[in-house]
Design a protein around this ligand. Structure first.
Ligand code: HEC
Ligand code: HEC
Length: 150
């Protein structure tokens, strides 16, 4: 024990002191996404009007998270409350004439079936997005596969 503390403690101390110094010495190449543009010169984000509420929007491929065909302003998703599930849960969807969340949304990452929405599907707007009538930012030539369609 004595030997251990005599040899290892100093070695440990030296290592602890030198490692951060080494890291600081290494050249760090940081580049900001903004580049040299000062904050005041950043163009304002365009404001788009959300699309009018509509029927479900056709999907481009079957694995696509369906687009949200209605406004979601003020629909909160917090740790304790999920507004979307007010209408899209299996217990409520009929009342609101909404689509119920699919069975896939109850599986955890190991494929285990849960009795309520899986944590990895909790934050709906991670995958489902509302629509605005805006010009596409980039051109897109995507064509759905012909064998797998809805
Ligand atoms: C007040 C009830 C209500 C709330 C709250 C609500 N929805 Fe909906 N949602 C609907 C209804 C009704 C439809 C179906 C519209 C139709 O069939 O005409 C729908 C449709 C959808 C669809 C399209 C389903 C498909 O098959 O294409 C998605 C996706 C969706 N909602 C996601 C969401 C998300 C995400 C939230 C929360 C941010 C949310 N909804 C909150 C009522 C609601
Ligand atoms: C990780 C991505 C992801 C999250 C998070 C997510 N979804 Fe989905 N959702 C999908 C995908 C992909 C589909 C289409 C394939 C499927 O049904 O699994 C889908 C399908 C749906 C459908 C259509 C079901 C049907 O029968 O056609 C509804 C409604 C829906 N989601 C609502 C929600 C709501 C409400 C939440 C939040 C509580 C949510 N989703 C969270 C990816 C997601």
């Amino acid at each position: 024990m004595k030997f251990l503390s005599r040899v290892f403690l100093p070695v440990l101390l030296v290592a602890l002191v030198t490692i951060p110094v080494r890291a600081a010495d290494a050249p760090v190449k940081l580049q900001s996404l903004r580049g040299d543009t000062p904050v005041e010169a950043t163009p304002e984000a365009d404001m788009y009007k959300p699309m009018k509420d509509s029927e479900p929007i056709p999907r481009d491929f079957i694995q696509q998270p369906p687009l949200i065909p209605h406004a979601i302003r003020d629909y909160q998703i917090t740790k304790n409350f999920n507004k979307c599930m007010d209408c899209h849960s299996w217990t409520r969807y009929k009342e609101f004439n909404a689509t119920k969340v699919s069975l896939t949304h109850f599986k955890d990452r190991d494929g285990k079936e849960l009795s309520n929405i899986s944590p990895r599907r909790y934050f709906c707007t991670q995958c489902h997005v509302p629509q605005a009538d805006a010009k596409p930012l980039v051109a897109n030539t995507f064509k759905p596969g012909t064998g797998l369609q809805r």
